[in-house]
Write a protein that binds this ligand. Structure first.
Ligand code: NAP
Length: 481
């Protein structure tokens, strides 16, 4: 199967933070891949910007080195690399000062799409927006891409929205949540709204419950100082898991268009019931073969959670009575992200009691291997009479669509191309982010008021025992990780 690559218009993309980790690991290798695929026009220009004083040649050499270390040799070659490098420039700019802005202004062309990627610490987002305006660099139709975290509570998110809104209107602001750029997340919408099979069943009458898991094998690594101030609730639940929940639970938008989709997502957040503390399990990993959380963050008294499991209810007609269980953690047994829809068992079984009784389960895997799996009930083959078993109808992209389809673009690649195309569907709107914080804030405030300590869990496990007990009390069990 040959995928269709539609080239985007000519553009100037300025990457603030071009020497940083995210630019080196994701943004620049992603842009190179889009270039190799022929999606980037010949007159595209990528301008790296950071404080480090260096010329373009030095930054280009670092960029090549970054691409070589983050992309396997099979996905690059010397000719395309040389051609890609022709598209790169560098300018030393200080987000907090006056240095470099005039030079940047000189580099921008008047007649191409203009995009500015804020891949710097969030404390610099406002300064960048102000200076782009002050130095008269950003045009009325310029786009800015804003990284996470977007605030640390509703108040700071609102303040950041107001700062950005002083210089850019909402149609210019692309708040990134890279989970929305994943192939399977978009496939969730294709499966729901492109088939007559699922949507009629996508409600409390037929769905028993939904599980959303984002499990990581890694610990907090080198991000300890940052992570310890945020924790799993701020770092994962408020943004990534909430976005997955919204896409799963939303009403069908009238069209697959930015505001139609984002209006429906916002309604889900607003319909979330407040969560009682007993519906939440917070955990912190203990030492295994690697150091404990407390050692990783070098804070022996830390009460920050590296694991959360929670049960959410959505107070609307579609989902009344159907729980959504969310779970995320670091140093878990395996790396696995998935959305799993557990349908109800058939209302009446015509078979003998010992035939068994199963329910359909639809799994949408985001990682490690993106794909969709539907478990259906069939008769166990053989002469043993009518015994039911459930088997997977598995659509792994690699198997069903050929090896090319397995080579799906990374989320960042897709999202950056969406910015150039001017498509905001897979980006968060300001009011969505604020609403998500408005729901998260009281939960965090209650923990802080109680001084609650997270429960310990063994590194390499599935989290604290209490998370399993919470499910057990509801007569359910978590999917395996
Ligand atoms: P990083 O490695 O610390 O890089 C920061 C970049 O900002 C560097 O290029 C730095 O270069 C530049 N910078 C710092 N101060 C500056 C200033 N005053 N003016 C202009 N440039 C300045 O950070 P990162 O990990 O790449 O993260 C960037 C953003 O992405 C953050 O908002 C982060 O939360 C978000 N993010 C990162 C990841 C990730 O995996 N890394 C994942 C999700 C979100 P100079 O020192 O040369 O100025």
């Amino acid at each position: 199967m040959v995928s269709r690559v539609i080239p985007v218009e000519a553009f100037d993309l300025v990457i603030f933070g071009a020497t940083g980790d995210l630019a080196r690991r994701k943004i620049l290798p992603g842009l190179y891949r889009r270039f190799c695929d022929g999606q980037m026009p010949q007159d595209a220009c990528i301008i790296g910007a950071a404080r480090t004083e260096q010329d373009s040649a030095a930054w280009i050499a670092q960029t090549v080195e970054a691409i070589e270390s983050y992309l396997p040799a099979s996905k690059r070659d010397a000719n395309t690399m040389a051609a890609f490098c022709e598209r790169l420039r560098y300018v030393a700019v200080d987000a907090m000062g006056d240095a470099g802005w005039a030079a940047l202004a000189q580099m921008m062309r008047p007649d191409v799409v203009q995009a500015f990627y804020f891949s710097v610490a969030p404390s610099l987002f406002g300064a960048l927006a102000e200076r782009l305006h002050h130095f008269n660099i950003a045009r009325q139709d310029a786009r800015i891409v804003v990284e996470k975290p977007f605030g640390r509570d509703r108040e700071t998110a609102r303040a950041l929205n107001a700062t950005l809104a002083a210089h850019f209107n909402e149609t210019q602001i692309y708040r990134i949540d890279h989970y929305l750029g994943k192939e399977t997340v978009q496939n969730l919408m294709a499966v729901r709204f492109g088939n007559t099979l699922f949507e009629p069943l996508w409600n409390a009458q037929y769905v028993d419950h939904v599980q959303i898991t984002v499990a990581e094998e890694v610990g907090v690594g080198g991000r300890g100082a940052y992570y310890d101030k945020s924790g799993a609730m701020r770092d994962m639940v408020q943004n990534h898991l909430m976005q997955l929940l919204c896409l799963t639970a939303m009403e069908p938008p009238a069209r697959f268009e930015p505001d139609a989709v984002r209006d429906e997502k916002l309604k889900v957040i607003r319909a979330l019931e407040p969560v009682a503390q007993k519906q939440i399990v917070r955990g912190q990993y203990q030492a295994g073969s690697n150091p404990s959380y407390l050692a990783d963050v070098e804070n022996p008294g830390s009460r920050t959670e590296s694991f959360i499991a929670m049960k959410l209810m959505i107070a609307n007609w579609r989902w009344n009575g159907t729980p959504f269980y969310l779970r995320t953690g670091k140093r878990m047994k395996a790396r696995k992200s998935e959305i799993v829809i557990h349908f109800k068992t058939p209302p009446h079984s015509i078979f003998d009691a010992d035939a068994g009784r199963m329910a359909n389960v639809l799994s949408i895997r985001l990682q490690p291997d993106e794909g969709i799996d539907l478990r259906v009930t069939i008769k166990e083959p053989g002469p043993g009479g009518m015994r039911l078993i459930d088997v997977p109808l598995d659509m792994s992209f690699a198997e069903a669509l050929g090896p090319e389809a397995a080579d799906v673009p990374d989320a960042y690649e897709r999202l950056i191309m969406d910015v150039i195309r001017g498509n905001q569907t897979l980006f968060m709107r300001g009011d969505e982010v604020e609403a998500a914080w408005a729901w998260t804030d009281p939960i965090i405030a209650a923990w802080e008021a109680q001084g609650a300590r997270p429960l310990p869990y063994a590194a390499g496990s599935t989290g604290p025992e209490e998370a399993a007990i919470m499910m057990h009390q509801d007569g359910r069990r978590w999917q395996d990780i």
